[in-house]
Design a protein. Structure first.
Length: 231
């Protein structure tokens, strides 16, 4: 027996130098008009701004320096790693929550039919239709007052730290406690065992690795019946 968020998307970082400088509004082109006249064009070889002196900062209007671009890339990398960490934590939380719901035991007395995982069945659970032999994942659990083909009449638990003993050994362990003796007094007196067959559901290796240690014994009838066999 075993249990079951969209892929995250990330915007590419802005290319270095594509953003306008912070002092763009204060910038003026050579010869541009300003209140009271125009800004003279600085002299220098070939016109324009003179060459910067050694050790001077970047010329007016120059793009980000290699160091500033490096800092920007580092900042983007830190933000990206942080986002990835948050997304991974959220996915893990959602997965754990889904697993917890898939393994949450059903109420002993259901109020209405419920599609459930086999690991959610408890002692007394009634199953509308008994699945074919093989891997069992989901079943239709119903109130025992409604017609059903099988009921969980026994349960066997292995130790949480037990080592996987193999499929045959697990099934044999559950089978040793599965039989007519599990029926309730009223069911035995009424001869309810006649026409019943007893079926063992043991954890698969996959389910065992996920922590499932429960083996179930089900009493199944050829024709649907109502009522509990544990009464």
């Amino acid at each position: 027996m075993s249990s079951e968020p969209t892929e995250p998307t990330f915007a590419s970082p802005t290319p270095p130098g594509s953003l306008p400088p912070a002092d763009l509004e204060a910038a003026r082109l050579p010869g541009a008009s300003v209140p009271g006249g125009s800004v003279p064009v600085p002299s220098g070889p070939g016109g324009g701004y003179p060459p910067a002196a050694p050790g001077a900062g970047p010329a007016p209007g120059a793009g980000p320096t290699p160091r500033s671009r490096s800092r920007r890339r580092a900042a983007v990398a830190v933000v990206a790693v942080t986002v990835l960490g948050v997304v991974a934590a959220a996915v893990a939380l959602v997965s754990q929550s889904a697993r917890d719901r898939a393994w949450e035991p059903l109420p002993a007395a259901l109020a209405e039919p419920t599609r459930a995982y086999a690991v959610q069945l408890v002692l007394g659970s009634c199953v509308a239709e008994l699945p074919d032999d093989g891997l069992v994942r989901r079943v239709e659990a119903v109130p025992c007052g409604e017609e059903h083909e099988a009921q969980v009449v026994g349960r066997t638990d292995a130790a949480p730290d037990a080592v996987w003993p193999g499929e045959d050994a697990v099934a044999a362990r559950v089978a040793r406690t599965c039989g007519p003796d599990l029926l309730g007094p009223a069911a035995r007196e009424a001869g309810a065992a006649d026409g019943l067959r007893f079926v063992v559901w043991a954890p698969s290796e996959e389910s065992w690795d996920d922590g499932d240690r429960v083996g179930l014994c089900l009493a199944a009838s050829a024709e649907p019946r109502t009522g509990s066999l544990l009464d």
